[in-house]
Structures are given as C-alpha cells and as structure tokens.
Design a protein. Structure first.
Length: 186
C-alpha cells in the first residue's frame, strides 16, 4: 500500500469544483487516500440527509430546492469545521448561487477541475443522478453549462487545473502539490 502524505491545511478542507463528469469524486477519493483526509461528497451527503436520490429531489421538489440544500450544507460546514478536515467533492452546479461561491472560497482551498466539453462528452457522464443530462441532446447541455458556469468556477477557484488530457493519478498529484503550496503561505 502507498504511504499517506498528510498535508498541513490548518484545519481547512480542499474543495473540488467543476462540471459533471470532470472527476471530482474520483480525484477526491484519490486525494483522500493519499493524504489521509476523509472524503465528503456533497451530493451523497444531501441524499443521505434527505433520504432521497438527487433525481427524486429534482423531480419532486425542483432544482431550486436542491440548490437550497447545497447552501444549507455549505453553511453548516462553515459553522462546524470538520476534524480532520475533509476533501470536499461538490455537485457541478454548486457555484450557481453567489452565496455558495463566497461560502466555498471562505471555507477552504478551492480547485476547479476544468475539462473541455469535448473531453467530457467522451466520458460516460449520463447517469440517473444527473437529471440535467436527461435530455434529448446532452451535448448541447454540456456546452451550454460550460459556457454559463466557466466564469463562475473561475471566480470561485483559488487555482485552476486543466485536466482534459491528464490521467487521474497525475491530477491527484497536482491537486496535492497546489494545496501544499497554497497552505504553506497561510
Ligand atoms: C449537477 C451536478 C450533479 C448533481 C446534480 C446537479 C449540476 O453533481 O449535483 O445532478 O447542476 O451540474 P456531479 O457534478 O457530481 O455530477
């Protein structure tokens, strides 16, 4: 087994943002394994708290309600720092609300995993937990979301990683290196 390489984050989480399918959960798991920091997957936690799948929340309560649940979770995390600090993998739309963008930046070190829409479309990203992609033309949706949300990810992130053609182990190493450098100066 690979040894863990803890990162001194001064109690603050490392947060991964980016579009659906950019690898937030996969990279989050790897960074968690490498650093020994636990993984907190916002989508999974919301499902657990509400007792419903995301697709069901969207269908029965609407997207706006889901966005409120994301904000409530971020506020809770800001008010109750987790020990040890987690790696947080977010849902792709968490940056849509201005309040969330501010909460994320204040909460921890935010990395945008930026994957081009073209690369995203080569990945198998159409899952039932992504109601926004249950459309006739998911490619159009991905291009539209990338255009709409790109500026929001940029505004929220402390650092950006362009990962369209980078293999996951390397992305994990880069996230850790960026976090080490960021926290070394705090
Ligand atoms: C969403 C992304 C999903 C999930 C929900 C909405 C979005 O998370 O939160 O379906 O608005 O982009 P992933 O990015 O983990 O797929």
């Amino acid at each position: 087994m690979n040894p863990t390489h803890p990162i001194e984050t001064h109690g603050r989480p490392i947060i991964l943002i980016g579009l659906m399918g950019c690898g937030k959960t996969t990279i989050g798991k790897l960074v968690s394994k490498r650093t020994g920091m636990p993984l907190l997957d916002m989508d999974a936690l919301i499902e657990e708290q509400v007792g419903m799948k995301i697709s069901q929340i969207f269908a029965e309560q609407g997207e706006a309600h889901f966005r409120m649940l994301e904000t409530a979770l971020l506020r809770f995390l800001a008010e109750h720092p987790q020990m040890p600090p987690p790696i947080i993998s977010t849902g792709g739309g968490v940056v849509v609300r201005p309040e969330n963008r501010q909460l994320l930046r204040e909460l921890g070190f935010v990395v945008w995993l930026n994957v081009s829409p073209r690369s995203l479309l080569h990945r198998n990203i159409r899952s039932s937990n992504r109601p926004l992609l249950q459309t006739e033309n998911p490619a159009d949706t991905i291009y539209r979301l990338w255009a709409e949300r790109g500026p929001l990810y940029k505004e929220t992130a402390h650092r950006i990683l362009n990962t369209s053609r980078t293999e996951v182990g390397e992305v994990c190493r880069r996230v850790c290196a960026l976090a080490e450098r960021y926290f070394a100066h705090r």
